[in-house]
Design a protein around this ligand. Sequence first.
Ligand code: ADP
Ligand code: MG
Length: 405
Amino acid sequence: MTSPLIHGYEVVIGFETHAQLSTQSKIFSRASTAFGAEPNTQACAVDLALPGTLPVMNKGAVERAIRFGLAIGAHIAPRSIFARKNYFYPDLPKGYQISQYEIPVVQGGSVSFYLGDQKKTVRLVRAHLEEDAGKSLHEAFHGMSGIDLNRAGTPLLEIVTEPDIRSSAEAVAYAKELHKIVTWIGICDGNMQEGSFRCDANVSVRPRGTDKFGTRCEIKNLNSFRFLERAIEFEARRQIEVLEDGGTIEQETRLYDPERDETRSMRSKEEAHDYRYFPDPDLLPLAISADWIVEVKAGMPELPQAKRGRFMRDFGLTAYDAATLTSSRELAAYFEATVAALGGEPKLCANWVMGDVAAALNRDGLDINEAPVSAAQLAGLLRRLGDGTISGKIAKEVFDALWHG
Ligand code: ADP
Ligand code: MG
C-alpha cells in the first residue's frame, strides 16, 4: 500500500472463501451441478426441502473436504455436525441453509506462500461443508427479479482464515495460493467467472503499533484477483478517511462495484445469533473413520510446496523457476515429462518451458494441456540441440514449425 493516507495505519484482513466442490451431483441430492442449464431445470424436491423429502449426504463432497484438510495440515474431525442457518431471502425459499456451525469437518491448518522471497503463513480457523442457495436474476425481468434455483444444494467448502493478512498484496497472494491448492488437489474447478471460487474479504484498519483490531467490514463480489486487490485498497482508504474525520466504522457487509471501483454498503452485518442455528434433525452426525482418511491420503498428488522444494533440491532450479513451474499441476507435469524424456538437463528444459513454450501459449491463448508440441517432442528437439546437431537459432525455427505444424 503506497498511498500517503495509509501511512500510520495497518490494514488487517481475514478471508472467507467459498470453493464449489467439483461433484457431479448436489451435496444432499441426485440433481446435477452442471453450470449453465436452463433456469430451474436442475433443482429437485430435496434441494427445495419440499415436505416429505430427506437430504442424503454426498460422499464425494466429504472426500473432497478430507483432501483439503490433508493438503493444509488441518485436523479432520472424526465426527462433525450439520446445522440449519435460518434466514429468509428470495433465492432461499426453504428458509434455511444447511451448513456446519459448532463442529466443522476441517479444523485449523494453514496456507503458506511467498511474497518476493518473504515466506508468509496464514492460519486457517476452519473449513466447513454447506449447500449453496439459488441465484436472483436482475436482467430481462422489467423491474422485477427472476429466481434460478439450479444452484440450490450445490456443495461448497467455506474456508475461513484468522485475520492474519496485512496488505492487499498479501491478500492476493493468499487467494492465489488457495486457488492453486483447491484446483491442484482436484476438489474445485476454480472458475471465478462462474462463481466456483468466491472470496469475501473482511477488512479493518488500526493505528500502527496498536494491538486491538478495528471494526471490520465484509466485502463481497470479488470475482477476480484484480478486483480483490482494488476493493481492499479502496476499503482501507475509506475506513482511514472515516477515522481521520473523527467518525467510527460500522460493521457491515459491502459490495464491490468494479465499474466505479468502490465499495458500497449492502446491509448491516448480522450476528450469528440472528440465524438461530440448530443441528439439522434430518442429518446424522458426519462420521469420518481413520481408515478413510488413510485411504484418501494415499490418493493425494504431490502438493505444490513439496514439488517446488523437490525441483530446487533435485533439479537445482532457483526458487523463482521452481515457483513458476509449479504454478499449476499441468505445467509441472509437462516440465517433468520433458526432463524425463530427455533424461536430464532440467535447467535447459525449464528455460524452454518458461520461455518459448510459455510465450507461444500466451500468444495463442492456450492452456499447457492444449500445447501442440508435446513434452516428448520438446525433449526430442532439446536432444538435437544438446548434442550439437542443431544450433539454438535452428532449434527455435524447428520449435515454431512443430507448434504450427
Ligand atoms: P462471523 O462469525 O461474524 O462471520 P468470524 O469470527 O467468523 O465472524 O470472522 C469472519 C472473518 O472475519 C474471519 O476470516 C476473520 O479472520 C475475519 N475477521 C475477524 N475480525 C476481523 C477484524 N477485526 N479485521 C479483519 N478481519 C477480521
Ligand atoms: Mg463466519
